[in-house]
Write a protein that binds this ligand. Sequence first.
Ligand SMILES: C[S@@+](CC[C@H](N)C(=O)[O-])C[C@H]1O[C@@H](n2cnc3c(N)ncnc32)[C@H](O)[C@@H]1O
Length: 355
Amino acid sequence: MNQVKIGRFIAAMRKQQHLTQREFAELLGVSDKTVSKWECGNGMPELSHMQSVCNILHIDLNELFSGERLTDTDYKKKAEENMMNLVEEAEKLKKNIVGGNVLGTVENIEMDKCEVHRTNTAFWSTAGNELLGATALPSWGNFFPSEDKLKLLGDLTDKSVLEIGCGSGHSLKYAADLGAADLYGLDISEDQIGRAQEYMGSQRIMAKLVCSPMEEECGLPVNYFDLVYSVYGIGWTTDLNKTFGRIHSYLKKGGIFVFGWSHPIHKCVSIEKGRLVFDNSYFNEKWYCANIGGREIMLCNRMMSTYVNALADSGFVVEKLVEEIDRDKAVASGSDFGKKALMLPTVFVIRARKV
Ligand SMILES: C[S@@+](CC[C@H](N)C(=O)[O-])C[C@H]1O[C@@H](n2cnc3c(N)ncnc32)[C@H](O)[C@@H]1O
């Protein structure tokens, strides 16, 4: 598939329709950066957008994949070529992974904090929870032992606790059930904060909810919390050191920070015919834009040493690093994801103390 040719064709057809990149992007419900990326040959429209792209540009799919207008004589030959190309592309698509999800094409990007925040907020404000599934305590993630068993949060009776990336508030409810007296949640998405507010209300739980990126100053009290925790929240930060520095400042001396995220090795390896295959370098921490169910996310994979060193630099001492698997669950799933989990950790959780 010649993406540069396709990109030029999209640009030419868009201009023929007298549309700017922004107008075209608005019609499709994507960002103008996404359109610019396609037109520069740095990616193809996702499957969910292809038909709309064709409708707006008055072309058909065969012409889109060929990157040119087709005459009746070219049409059949090009259709066959395009089908072969698509089969090859489909093989490549199996390689990129977020959680248990196999993603569409992953594109490296220059990290732009505002763009990352805008993209990820839009993802979580809309279909994030449905697409990535429940990520709330007592679960730390797929095939990982539950918090009920690990008890990494410790005794929460009468404690002040803060959740980073609190999402819909289900983990705050778990902390409340364990006796936490003073509950705070922080999330970048107003919609998620709204969901958490509604859920807390329905459970008659009082919680102070703050809408802010975790990297930024947001008025949370300092030297105040006994525990800060995060379940699939921390990895979304654009600045790990700054975020850990802030979390350190919110905690009392001796306070505990516990967080879980996808294990970095999990993203590097896929399973093919029962064998593990390395697709991505463990050392690659470049930012990328990926697509889940037609929605963009922006992330980077960080090495385990990056997390541990950022904790140390911020004044934390690591008390525990858990890389375990609930073997019964992995076996029972019968899935490739489960088979992979029997050989490599899918999730890690770190418990650290402010010194
Ligand atoms: C996997 S969800 C967490 C779900 C949560 N553990 C629960 O119990 O529902 C990740 C959350 O992180 C939030 N998030 C993403 N980027 C963020 C950022 N830079 N600062 C704060 N929150 C962020 C998202 O809006 C989303 O709600």
